[in-house]
Design a protein around this ligand. Structure first.
Ligand code: FE2
Ligand code: FE2
Length: 141
């Protein structure tokens, strides 16, 4: 298991936490398949990567929409970071589509995505979640 969900940092906006949980469960499933299956079906992997990419896109759009609607001061740098990390993801997934190199994906999730999302939740998402809560958009935490 790549992510222990109970150890993932929580932000003040519960809907964001829910999206993060869904995404990390998805990554755990992909990582489990990559690391435990004796034989890898590349069509299955491509499908999982596509679902993950869609989830990541929706996750980011959700946060960006909320920030835009509330004039969140870190909107611009937070959005730029989302765009930057999606470009890396698409680059890696394109390389995988050509090479079918499982180790490339393992490396991506272990050493690129994991540290990135943990740090991102602790920093930009935490700031954004607190801002949204301050705006009174949400009632729980
Ligand atoms: Fe997020
Ligand atoms: Fe974010």
């Amino acid at each position: 298991m790549l992510f222990k969900l109970e150890n993932v940092s929580q932000v003040a906006f519960e809907d964001m936490n829910q999206v993060h949980r869904e995404e990390l469960i998805m990554v755990n499933d992909i990582y489990h398949y990559l690391t435990t299956s004796a034989v890898h079906d590349h069509q299955i992997i491509e499908k999982m990567l596509q679902e993950f990419a869609f989830h990541l896109r929706d996750h980011f759009l959700f946060e960006e929409d909320m920030m835009r609607e509330t004039n969140c001061p870190i909107y611009s740098c937070h959005e730029s970071e989302h765009i930057r990390v999606q470009k890396i993801m698409f680059q890696i997934f394109k390389e995988y589509a050509v090479s079918k190199n499982i180790n490339l994906l393992k490396f991506y999730f272990e050493f690129e995505f994991k540290s990135w999302i943990e740090n991102h939740i602790l920093t930009m998402d935490t700031v954004t979640g607190a801002f949204l809560k301050d705006k009174g958009i949400i009632s729980d935490s």
